[in-house]
Design a protein around this ligand. Sequence first.
Ligand code: HEC
Length: 128
Amino acid sequence: MRTILKFFSIAMVLLLSSCSSGGDSDPGPDPNPDPDPNPTPTTVTYTNTISLVISSNCISCHGSTPTNNATISLNTYAKVKTAVESNGLIDRISLPQGNTNMMPKDGTRLPQATIDKFITWKNNGYVE
Ligand code: HEC
């Protein structure tokens, strides 16, 4: 019995010391926790995103005075917002390449990531 007890306590000591020796290399609580792996993305606003896409891809026809037979102008926040709400702007940019109604007309379909930004902008309530 004494031998078994002795063996048991040696085994426990070895077990504990192997644990604590593993812990020796542990620097303790991380002083610099990893950055949030899912940081909140910058809000899509008219100013930081939408207006830039419109300027590069739409204003040539949808300027303050529409040209090339365009029907509406898209040169202000209010006009772009109205076009999304009432003129199917997102539907038009989402049409497949080659569809005659796709915008930019006769141009290259916007990258899907850019189209998604219009959808986010709409869903977030048209942040200016
Ligand atoms: C090359 C000229 C041209 C460019 C560039 C262009 N459009 Fe157009 N757009 C037109 C014309 C012409 C019409 C009217 C005919 C039609 O509805 O297809 C029109 C119509 C529209 C309409 C429907 C307006 C209505 O009366 O209901 C929307 C919305 C629109 N464009 C959005 C855009 C957006 C957004 C872009 C940029 C991504 C863009 N367009 C780029 C020529 C253009």
